[in-house]
Design a protein around this ligand. Structure first.
Ligand SMILES: Cc1cc2nc3c(=O)[nH]c(=O)nc-3n(C[C@H](O)[C@H](O)[C@H](O)COP(=O)(O)OP(=O)(O)OC[C@H]3O[C@@H](n4cnc5c(N)ncnc54)[C@H](O)[C@@H]3O)c2cc1C
Length: 543
């Protein structure tokens, strides 16, 4: 099938085989692999460049939490002559990496940039999706693969007077592409999630005064950043094939992150301390998911991890009142059930004279004024206001598109009482639509590029299966959707995750149904995907 470009808002082009939405790791992998398999593919991207979240999240300090070389594609043609300058690279280095990928694979020629998909309707008669972009461009495709990521829709809480703020005010995910200089200015940051921690560290160094508005303390972990050079990476590359193989077999998509099989409660206090300390010294996510197997499942084990974290963290904070707010005596939620961020000098920032920590549980924000933020206690004067308030994660990027399946009902309506997918890959009533890094898949519990490749391969194989048998339609069955959703609920109940008001549970956005949105356990998840494929795509109706 060949596509012809449409040249007016009302012209509908001929259909391509596959249309991909999103030019991050997931979409680019799909584009490359599906093209290799002979599909006629196009990709629509809302941003002006490649990179996915690294295009949008260009705020000061934005960097990955997955250490090199985990956060890259595993294809040798891509890593052979690519080197990182840091163990945890920043957004601008990621952008350079995506340019390198593009040069190697020639992806841009099939990408339409500045193309935000606003609507997708399934035409049951033709067995095709009709796609519409914000600029009026329309096209058709047999299969639609949504690689919109989990963070495509920023969440901004309802803050009275927000529009009245006279200075620059940006959500971290909508940071100006040409930057924003905070030097010598009074900066306020609302939110202390992953982006908050990163921007706070940078603002603390250059702002005349930094005011941090915290609702929930971030139980952040030391990143242990390291500079990397080319010779050392050249030596490491001998092991890359093994590392990438291990990455695909791991629990969280990170090759060297392996939890001890034992319970934290079955070892002696000395042994436990040694395991905790060793993980702590390694830095990164090791202390989160690389200690004992029951940290996220057993309250008592979890409490031990929290106490270890609290003692380590408090030792870095000078003022005991501030220390109690940042690392409270009682854990604000089970450790690790909200995503711990990686930090470099976060806690030291609060020892500086030019930094104020405002505890929003004690003094909630009453309004944003033209000159700052007013809380129940006082007014904080600001020149710049940063909204590090997170995302309508996992579902928001999809439900903001007017997607309609066979019944004509929108995805937003369909999920208004709760997400229901099969394998986090497909949705009953929405045939020929696949998602990557979406809800009810490992997503936030899995390293991005790992999922892009593993889920990605499953989709490529599935589409080949359908095409090679002369079929045109594949749809997740209602019962498969029901049972997968029940499985996620059962899985959640075996963990401590439901005890936190986290975005993992959809609990950061008022009115969003509370349910586990990410699958904990990459290998268990992949086994289900394999089983379906090996049984001729059980759980799907094909015709
Ligand atoms: C600040 C931040 C830091 C992160 N750090 C890490 C990390 O260290 N390790 C990790 O594993 N994961 C991290 N993540 C998760 C990250 O989302 C994944 O690693 C990875 O980006 C997933 O790639 P993706 O292609 O699935 O989605 P994304 O990178 O999110 O790309 C989705 C793309 O889809 C586009 N898009 C969305 N909707 C539309 C539409 N309607 N029309 C057209 N285009 C659309 C977007 O513009 C975007 O370019 C981080 C996320 C954020 C927000």
């Amino acid at each position: 099938m060949a596509e012809t470009e449409s040249h007016g808002p009302d012209r509908v082009s001929e259909a391509v085989d596959v249309l991909i939405i999103g030019a991050g790791f997931s979409g680019l992998y799909q584009l490359h692999r599906l093209r290799q398999r002979g599909f006629d593919v196009r990709l629509f991207e809302a941003g002006a460049d490649l990179g996915g979240i690294w295009y949008w999240n260009c705020y000061p300090g934005a960097r990955v939490d997955s250490h090199a070389p985990n956060y890259e594609f595993s294809m040798e043609e891509l890593w052979r002559d690519w080197s990182w300058t840091e163990r945890f690279p920043a957004w601008d280095e990621l952008r350079r990496y995506f340019r390198h990928v593009d040069e190697k694979l020639g992806l841009s020629r099939d990408i339409r940039f500045n193309s935000r998909v606003t609507a997708a309707r399934f035409d049951a008669g033709a067995g095709q999706w009709e796609i519409e972009c914000a600029d009026g461009h329309r096209s058709r495709t047999r299969f639609l693969v949504a690689c919109t990521g989990f963070a495509a829709k920023a969440y901004v809480p309802d803050l009275p007077g927000r529009e009245s703020f006279a200075g620059p005010c940006f959500h971290t995910a909508h940071w100006p592409q040409d930057g924003l200089d905070m030097t010598g200015l009074r900066v306020g940051v609302i939110g202390t999630g992953a982006s908050g921690v990163q921007v706070i560290q940078e603002a603390g160094r250059i702002a005349s005064h930094l005011t941090v508005f915290q609702r929930t303390p971030n139980l952040a972990l030391p990143m242990k950043q390291q500079a990397l050079d080319e010779p050392s990476q050249r030596a490491m590359k001998i092991r890359y094939p093994d590392w990438f193989r291990l990455r695909a077999l791991s629990t969280a998509g990170l090759f060297d992150l392996v939890a001890d099989d034992r319970s934290a409660l079955e070892v002696s206090p000395g042994e436990r301390l040694a395991v905790f300390e060793s993980a702590w010294q390694k830095g990164g996510f090791h202390f989160w998911v690389g200690t004992f197997s029951d940290i996220l499942r057993n309250k008592e084990a979890n409490q031990l991890a929290y106490e270890f974290w609290r003692e380590k963290t408090r030792a870095r904070i000078k003022d005991p009142v501030v220390a109690e707010k940042l690392a409270p005596s009682a854990s604000p939620h089970p450790f690790g059930t909200k995503r711990p961020s990686l930090e470099q000098w976060y806690y030291e920032v609060f020892n500086q004279d030019n930094v104020t920590l405002v505890d929003l549980r004690e003094e909630p924000i009453s309004e944003i004024t033209p000159t700052g933020v007013r809380t129940a206690s006082r007014h904080y004067a600001l020149d710049i206001l940063v909204l590090a308030t997170g995302f309508d994660a996992a579902t928001g990027g999809l439900t903001q598109i007017d997607i309609r399946g066979i019944s004509g009902r929108t995805l937003k309506d369909t999920w208004s009482t709760g997400v229901r997918t099969y394998l986090g890959l497909a949705i009953p009533d929405f045939p020929n639509l696949f998602m990557l890094y979406g809800p009810q898949a490992p997503t936030a519990f899995c390293n991005g590029p790992t999922c892009a490749e593993l889920q990605g391969e499953w989709i490529v194989d599935c589409l080949r299966h359908v095409r090679d048998r002369g079929l045109t339609r594949i749809e997740a069955s209602e019962t498969a959707g029901e049972s997968w959703t029940q499985h996620l609920a059962d899985l959640a109940a075996t963990t401590l995750l439901p005890f936190a008001d986290s975005w993992y549970m959809g609990a950061n956005v008022p009115g969003k149904p509370r349910q586990l949105l990410h699958y904990l356990g990459l290998q268990e998840y992949l086994a289900f995907c394999r089983e379906s494929a090996e049984n001729g795509y059980s759980g799907f109706e094909l015709r």
